[in-house]
Ligand binder design. Structure first.
Ligand code: NAD
Length: 501
């Protein structure tokens, strides 16, 4: 895997919607949003916002592809050949996709390249899941056979965030279309560059028109039109908890099922029985990976008192040595934050921390080494207690909040004292401690002595306000398919004949 950008790729002047396999032309009279490179603050392109009429055209296209098109009715081998072709085309264009995403998001190229590999794998994996789907048959009722089939649910609205667009938007699509569904994808208005190319590549790989349609625009305009559209049968959403709540309320009024992957404030528990060297590496990558903009960040680092001072000292020393810079360079560890308003929000938590009595340990300001771009120094604070806002609110940047505990029971109680429950991390060499933490922590994933490993076979999603539903073979199958029972008499049935007597 090449981690260096060996060439630059073209950028469209205007990012438009892609409906029924066709990129729409740029037109006047629409709302345009500049797409900005967070590394140098230059305008890269413009997004042309899809209004309700354009969203309607996308839903009509997806509806037609579902109700009349070949996709849901296609032989599974034929459908899977297209999904495998998508995998191969994504690999073939990995450098281009990574380049566009790195340019638009500021995520280090090295991590985005891994995302592209993973997204290609996701299409392969869920194609195989769909091909092993099976039904049930019941013959216990004398004279009857009842069989149960799984059918695609219909047209999905897939909505994705900006923090890892390729990885997260493709996951929404890869869990949906292999079961025979069609969809309309709305990525974040901040990071649409790689998304347009991704959907084009799906079509270059042989995806029939209408199966995946792309609409671009802000949440309250384009996103809201999609969620409210009567032709959409279900919503798959990845994003913030507040947005998820609003979407679930709208979908609930229309009785549309929702799958929500939301925010987190995950505890990273480091016990005095830990292999401290590995825990230190894990704590740093847990909060600074993906520029700190990760739902599964280990953003509350809980240290057992006996190791706390030495651990913090080493964490701070390493934080100060992290290479901040051009995300295209393979040596860069942290790039700029994705957009200016977000950077200001992350930095605002320095004052929030201080007013709650926290101590700033390192960072807390824009990187003085950069006169352009939304770079901030890796930041860490020591919080006085878990009720501090920096321990309860998702900051979504390279911003660690430390807490100190005495007993493992106390650590678990702190971990659970959160409205979120996405993931958690535990570092200990003591088996019983690891097992007790894994049992008692209320989160969708518990990582013991490791950070951020994802197994596609296992469900992924959150407890509490971190989400509803899971991504995974069984969970995605259940969300994206309907069950149908068909009952057939084997012999002619004699029932009551109304009005015949
Ligand atoms: P966001 O909620 O602001 O936006 C997400 C998407 O929703 C965007 O496409 C946005 O335009 C759209 N949207 C906003 N309002 C809408 C509305 N009223 N109707 C329909 N769509 C609307 O989130 P973000 O800032 O883009 O992403 C960061 C958040 O996403 C963080 O909270 C993070 O934890 C979460 N996230 C969760 C996971 C997970 O798997 N659990 C993964 C990545 C990110």
């Amino acid at each position: 895997m090449s981690l260096e950008i060996t060439r630059r790729f073209p950028i469209v002047d205007t990012v438009t919607s892609l409906i029924n396999g066709e990129r729409l032309p740029a037109r006047s009279g629409t709302h345009r949003i500049p797409i900005i490179n967070p590394t140098d603050e230059r305008v890269l392109s413009h997004l042309q916002e899809a209004d309700a009429a354009e969203v309607n055209a996308a839903v009509v296209s997806a509806r037609r592809a579902f109700d009349q098109g070949p996709w849901p009715r296609m032989d599974i081998t034929e459908r899977n050949d297209i999904l495998y072709s998508i995998r191969d085309h994504l690999r073939k264009h990995a450098e281009e996709l990574a380049y566009l995403e790195c340019l638009n998001t500021g995520l280090p190229l090295i991590s985005v390249r891994r995302h592209v590999d993973r997204m290609a794998r996701n299409f392969e994996f869920f194609a195989e899941v769909a091909s092993t789907t099976h039904g049930e048959t019941y013959t216990q009722s004398k004279g009857y056979v009842t069989y149960v089939t799984r059918e695609p649910r219909g047209v999905a609205g897939c909505i994705a965030p900006w923090n890892a667009p390729l990885s997260l938007a493709s996951m929404r699509v890869a869990t949906c279309i292999p079961f025979g569904n069609t969809c309309v994808l709305k990525p974040s208005e901040y990071t649409p560059l790689s998304m347009l190319r991704m959907v084009e590549i799906f079509h270059e790989a042989g995806l029939p028109p209408g199966v995946v349609n792309l609409v671009n625009g802000r949440g309250h305009i384009t996103g809201d039109a999609l969620v409210n559209h009567a032709g959409v049968d279900m919503i798959g959403f990845t994003g913030g908890t507040g947005t998820g709540r609003a979407i679930a309320a709208t979908a609930g009024r229309n009785l549309k099922p929702v799958a929500l992957e939301l925010g987190g404030k995950s505890a990273n528990i480091i016990c005095d029985t830990a292999d401290v060297e590995r825990a230190l590496d894990g704590a740093l990558s847990g909060i600074y990976g993906n520029n700190g903009q990760a739902c599964l960040a280990g953003s509350r680092i809980l240290l057992q008192r006996g190791i706390a001072d030495a651990f913090i000292e080493r964490f701070v020393a390493r934080s100060r040595k992290i290479k901040i810079g051009d995300p295209m360079l393979p040596s860069t560890e942290i790039g700029p934050l994705a957009f200016e308003q977000h950077m200001q929000r992350v930095l605002s938590y320095v004052e929030v921390a201080k007013s709650d009595g926290a101590t700033l340990l390192t960072g807390g300001r824009r990187s003085p080494a950069h006169d352009r771009g939304w770079f901030i120094e890796p930041t860490a604070v020591l919080a006085p207690h878990n009720e501090a806002r920096v321990c309860q609110e998702e900051i979504f940047g390279p911003f660690a909040s430390f807490l100190i505990f005495d007993t493992v029971e106390e650590a678990v109680a702190i971990a659970n004292a959160s409205k979120f429950g996405l993931v958690s991390y535990v570092w200990t060499e003591d088996l019983s401690t690891a097992m007790r933490c894994a049992r008692d922590i209320r989160a969708g994933t518990v990582w013991v002595n490791t950070a951020m490993i994802r197994d596609l076979r296992a469900p992924f999603g959150g407890y509490k306000e971190s989400g509803i539903g899971r991504d995974g073979p069984q969970a995605s199958l259940e969300f994206f398919t309907e069950l149908k029972a068909t009952i057939i008499p084997i012999d002619p049935v004699k029932g009551h004949r109304y009005g015949a007597a």
